[in-house]
Design a protein around this ligand. Sequence first.
Ligand code: AMP
Length: 298
Amino acid sequence: MDLVELVDSSHATGDVKFLRAKDELRAALAPMRREGSSIGLVPTMGYLHDGHLSLLRAARAECDLVVMSLFVNPTQFGPGEDLDRYPRDEERDLRLAAEAGVDIVYAPPVEDVYPEGFATQVEVGGGLTDVLDGDPARRGPGHFRGVTTVVAKLLNTVGPKVAYFGQKDAQQVAVIRRMVRDLDIPVRIEVLATVREADGLAMSSRNAYLDPGERERATALSRALRAAEATAGSEGLAAALATARAELRAAGIEPEYLEARDAENLNPVAESNGRPVLIAVAAQVGGARLIDNVLIQL
Ligand code: AMP
């Protein structure tokens, strides 16, 4: 079905504008901004699940106008990563966005975001982007350079009062908060809890890659994190990590990383120092590279 038709036939679920061009987006937002409407932005790569929907609902509850961007950003995928097979279903996304009360879905083509001659990158340093997923042996700092560059562009184009992100991508949250602070971007970053399946698996568009056996094994990630959380208070972080590692091993999962870090500056932490601690894990489970984390206050 043509997307325009889909929008036209979706009035029952609310009027959502579907825009591909940055100029159209700017033009649609300008009168709203003049009227003083508050704009909420939810950046996504689409293939929406309940994690995305919780961000959209929060934006709907708090802002006059909700903009969802839908863009599978090629610059945050490394060579050999899953850019080409990343799941996409624009029609379904548009329907779900309309149902969640989104006003504008901005789904630009790659050329609109990165036109000929594009030569500027936004890179956050400070040890935030070369650890965990940013470690050169893993996704590498280029991943976060891609994320911060595209998010900075979206924030500039949309000019939201609030931008919504998920705790599921805890490192991304730390990196974006730092970028916004360092570059004086006038936006409030709102972070929502990780939404999980009934058996604990963190929702992710990449869960679509899991076959039934892998899907079952993947529950070990959240189980490991829950075990770590339960252990950390009484036995400390080293014991917590050991407990988590044992849970993973029992499911035949060798993590890419399983680490305790300061939730804000991502420095390694060995013992409680009163600041929030992030226990983060990444692992390849069959065809999917999965990440998950738990935030603990010791
Ligand atoms: P993505 O489309 O995967 O780039 O995600 C778009 C936004 O949704 C990001 O801010 C993610 O952190 C957030 N998100 C993804 N999965 C979840 C989840 N399970 N719970 C809460 N937020 C999520």
